[in-house]
Design a protein around this ligand. Structure first.
Ligand code: G3D
Ligand code: MG
Length: 168
C-alpha cells in the first residue's frame, strides 16, 4: 500500500514519517526525482502489511514528477503546519493537484507542529470547515517533535486502507 505525503516545504513531512516509523524505515532519497521513498513493514490485526511512503518535495521544479507518484498511490496525507498560514491556505491547491491526477483518493489532513502553538489559539473551526468541504477522511493534530498524535494519525489512514483492500 502506497501512501503519498504532501504539503508545503518544511511543514514536517519527513519528520512525521521518521517519527511514525521510529527511524526504522529504509530511506532512499532520490534527489533527481524530488522524492523520498520509505518502506515500512507493519503488523495490522495480525497481518503483515508493507507500507510505502512517498514524501514528495513541494518545489515547483518537480511539478512534472508528481503525477507519477500520485498514480500508484492508494491514499494521501496532506500536511500543513500550525505555524505557517500559507501552508494552510495551500491545502486546497494540493487537493486539486491530487484530484486532477487520481480522481478520488482517501485523504487525511495532518496539522503539524502543535507543540509550537497555544492550543487555545488554534482555529479548529477553520480547519473543520475545509475538512468538510473537501470531504477528507479526517483531521489530526500532530507534532513530529514530541510525537503527540502521530501514531493515531497514521493509524487512521492505514486502518482505513487495510479494511478497504482486505474486503476487495
Ligand atoms: P518537510 O519534509 O515537510 O520539508 P521537515 O519538513 O520534516 O524537513 O521539517 C522541517 C523543519 O521543521 C525541521 O527543522 C524539523 O525538525 C521541524 N519540524 C518538523 N515537525 C515539527 C514539529 O512537529 N514541531 C517542531 N517544533 N518542529 C518540527 P530543521 O531545523 O531541522 O530544519
Ligand atoms: Mg521532506
Amino acid at each position: 500500500m502506497t501512501i503519498i505525503v504532501i504539503g508545503d516545504g518544511a511543514v514536517g513531512k519527513t519528520s512525521l514519517i521518521k517519527k511514525y516509523t521510529q527511524g526504522s524505515f529504509k530511506k532512499d532519497y532520490i534527489k533527481t526525482l524530488g522524492a523520498q521513498f520509505s518502506k515500512y513493514d507493519e503488523e495490522i490485526e495480525g497481518n503483515n502489511c508493507k507500507l510505502f511512503f512517498w514524501d514528495i518535495a513541494g518545489q515547483r521544479e518537480f511539478d512534472f514528477m508528481r503525477p507519477t507518484f500520485y498514480k500508484g498511490s492508494k491514499a494521501a496525507i496532506i500536511v500543513f503546519s500550525h505555524t505557517d498560514d500559507e501552508s494552510f491556505n495551500n491545502i486546497a491547491n494540493w487537493h486539486e493537484d491530487i484530484k486532477s491526477y487520481t480522481g478520488e483518493l482517501p485523504i487525511v489532513l495532518f496539522g503539524n507542529k502543535t507543540d509550537l502553538v497555544d492550543e487555545n489559539e488554534v482555529d479548529d473551526e477553520k480547519v473543520e470547515k475545509i475538512v468538510k468541504e473537501k470531504d477528507f477522511l479526517g483531521y489530526y493534530k500532530t507534532s513530529a517533535k514530541t510525537g503527540q498524535g502521530v501514531f493515531q494519525a497514521f493509524q487512521a489512514i492505514i486502518k482505513n486502507l487495510y479494511h478497504k483492500y482486505k474486503e476487495a
